[in-house]
Design a protein around this ligand. Structure first.
Ligand code: APR
Ligand code: ZN
Ligand code: ZN
Length: 364
């Protein structure tokens, strides 16, 4: 089968033929129908996030079940599924606390790029090829831990709802689960890519009265305003925290960072009103340090991270599919490019240059 392979940090992806093993115990083989191109794929390509190489990226996937391995329950050939970032092992300490978004077994799929048993199903000749997030969906087919899939109804297009696999669940979940944004509050969103636009939509769904979108790219600010933002700020135009306070008076109740930089995380904290909550959604380089003014603590301002939108996928993914079906979650509008696997490197160029919101690879 054809797959896009990351051979080395800073190298473009190369589309080539790989061998894919049959699913083992607790695994499912799917045909990938579509896969969104996410900034985290790019972070692995640039070495900001690390995993063993060679590897197949791609983790925002929609597909159709082809085969199930021994012991798999709840999936059958023909089922429509969305890939999720947590393997949901069900037995680790975090899963038992109903926090599968921080499943301890995620280290296997994210850090080691393997299935839960520590081995790979992808090969090229005698070489093992790793699976990003246990999904590896920049490929025609994938073998995935069953816990990393959620079955959905067949009436929604996989080419669109695949976005729910990462960006949408990360962004909407940060609003509804992590921050639990209350109606009639004020929200700022820094960065309006796939994740930030999902945060904007989550804030609208939560009933926020003021939603301020911050992005240097005019087209992104405009898109954010069609998806629910009530105001937009160009960070190149001056002091963002000041501009936010000009709109809100004391500052915002909630500020979300969806870029992945420590300076913009600190900026979120700076634009809060007393008792406000800053939420770091973007993935900053893990060793970077966030510097905050101690005075903010006296005002009871808080800063929290959000991991995969604090998602319980079996509960949240069907909910987001339903919000899409009802027209409340506008996903088609977030997809600016639909491409073939061979054009995957162009999608990263588009992303780096800030053009368009989400590119989706559509297979066959
Ligand atoms: N202020 C505001 N927005 C900015 C700034 C800035 N200083 N610098 C860049 N941006 C905007 C870009 O213009 C772009 O629209 O941030 C957006 C980032 O969007 P994408 O590159 O599409 O990234 P996305 O997939 O949305 O992910 C955002 O979340 O999951 C993590 O790893 C991911 O850290 C990344 C973040
Ligand atoms: Zn992602
Ligand atoms: Zn677990």
């Amino acid at each position: 089968m054809k797959a896009a392979v990351l051979e080395a940090i800073d190298a473009p992806l190369r589309v080539e033929e790989l061998e894919l093993d049959e699913p083992k115990s607790g695994e499912v083989r799917i045909r990938i129908v579509a896969c969104g191109v996410c900034h985290s794929d790019y972070s692995y390509m640039k070495g900001i996030l690390r995993m063993p190489l060679p590897a197949v990226p791609g983790h925002e996937a929609g597909g159709v079940v082809e085969a199930v391995g021994p012991g798999v329950q709840g999936f059958a050939p023909g089922d429509h599924v969305i890939g999720v970032l947590t393997p949901n092992c069900g037995v680790c300490d975090m899963c038992r606390e109903n926090k599968p978004f921080l499943c301890i077994k995620m280290m296997a799929t994210m850090g080691n790029g393997t299935m839960l048993d520590g081995t790979t199903r992808l090969h090229r000749g005698g070489t093992h090829v790793h699976h990003l997030c246990g999904i590896a969906a920049f490929a025609e087919h994938a073998v995935v831990p069953a816990g990393s899939l959620v079955k959905i109804e067949k009436d929604v297009p996989l080419e669109t709802v695949c976005l729910i696999g990462c960006g949408v669940t990360t962004g909407v979940g940060a609003v509804l689960n992590t921050a639990q944004v209350k109606p009639d509050t004020t929200v700022a969103v820094l960065g309006c890519g796939g994740v930030g636009l999902s945060i904007v939509q989550g804030a609208r769904i939560a009933g926020a009265r003021t939603i301020i979108a911050v992005d240097p790219v005019a087209a992104k600010r405009e898109l954010a305003q069609t998806l629910g933002a009530t105001h937009a700020i160009d960070p190149a135009a001056g002091d963002v925290a000041k501009a936010v306070k000009k709109i809100t008076g004391l500052g915002v109740h909630y500020a979300f960072e969806a870029i992945g930089r420590v300076d913009t995380i600190a900026l979120c904290y700076a634009m809060l009103r007393p008792t406000g909550l800053a939420v770091a959604v973007g993935v900053a380089p893990p060793a970077d340090e966030v510097r905050l003014r101690a005075g903010g603590l006296l005002q009871q301002k808080a800063l929290i991270g959000s991991a995969y939108g604090s998602a319980v996928p079996s509960r949240d993914i069907p909910l987001y599919v339903d919000l899409y079906r009802r027209g409340e979650l506008k996903l088609d509008q977030m997809i600016t490019h639909r491409i073939a696997l061979d054009q995957v490197n162009d999608a990263f160029e588009t992303m780096v240059h800030g053009q368009g919101a989400r590119s989706v690879i559509v297979f066959g």
